[in-house]
Design a protein around this ligand. Structure first.
Ligand SMILES: [Zn+2]
Length: 187
C-alpha cells in the first residue's frame, strides 16, 4: 500500500492504543519504517536513471524481521512500555501484511517481501494480491481518513499539535464547528 495509507494506519492505531501522542508517533514510525528501503527511488530520480536502486532494494532491508527487532530497543528507550513495544511489532508487521495482500505493481510485479533478509532471500507473496491502486486500498484509506478526523474531534488533538498548539487548536475548532462535535480535553 502507499505511504499515506501506512501513515494513517499507524497514527489512527496509535491514537486508539495510547493517550500519549508520543506513543502515536512511535506507532506511526512502525507503520511507515519498512518503506525506508524505497529511498533508492530518490537517488534514482536524482541520477535521472530508471528505478535501478529502487528495484534492487525495495522490500528488502526495511521489510524484514531483523529491521523490526533492531528498532525495539529504541522503542523501549522512548516509550518505556512493553505494551507499546508489542503494538510497534504488530504495526510493523501489519505494514508487511498490507504490502503482501495489496501492493502489486501496475506491471503485475508482486514486489515480494524478503522477511528474513539478509539471512536468506525467501520471498513472501500471495497469489491473490491486488494492485496498489485497487479499490480495497482506496476504501481502506477512506475508512482511515474517517477514523483520523473522528479521533481529532473526540480527543481534541491532531498531529499538528506535535509542532504547534495554536495550529492544532485552529484545526480542532474548525472541525468542531463544522461537524458539531464537542471536543474533550486535549491530550
Ligand atoms: Zn512497504
Amino acid at each position: 500500500m502507499n505511504i499515506i495509507t501506512h501513515t494513517l494506519a499507524g497514527w489512527c492505531a496509535g491514537r486508539q492504543i495510547s493517550d500519549r501522542p508520543r506513543d502515536a508517533v512511535l506507532l506511526t514510525v512502525a507503520s511507515i519504517f519498512p518503506d525506508i528501503d524505497g529511498i533508492g527511488a530518490l537517488v534514482d530520480i536524482y541520477r535521472g536513471q530508471e528505478a535501478v536502486l529502487f528495484s534492487e532494494f525495495h522490500h528488502k532491508f526495511g521489510h524484514n524481521l531483523f529491521a523490526c527487532l533492531a528498532l525495539l530497543p529504541l522503542v523501549w528507550y522512548f516509550a518505556r512500555n512493553f505494551r507499546i513495544m508489542f503494538w510497534f511489532t504488530i504495526l510493523f508487521h501489519f505494514h508487511l501484511f498490507c504490502d503482501i495482500v495489496g501492493a502489486r505493481g501496475p506491471d503485475g510485479f508482486q514486489w515480494p517481501v524478503y522477511y528474513f533478509f539478509p539471512l536468506n532471500d525467501h520471498e513472501l507473496t500471495w497469489s491473490g494480491q491486488w494492485e496498489i491502486n485497487a479499490w480495497p486500498n482506496f476504501v481502506f484509506t477512506l475508512i482511515l481518513l474517517f477514523v483520523f478526523f473522528r479521533q481529532i474531534l473526540l480527543t481534541g488533538f491532531s498531529p499538528l499539535g506535535l509542532v504547534s498548539h495554536e495550529a492544532d487548536s485552529v484545526l480542532v475548532d474548525t472541525l468542531s464547528n463544522r461537524f458539531g462535535h464537542r471536543k474533550n480535553q486535549a491530550k
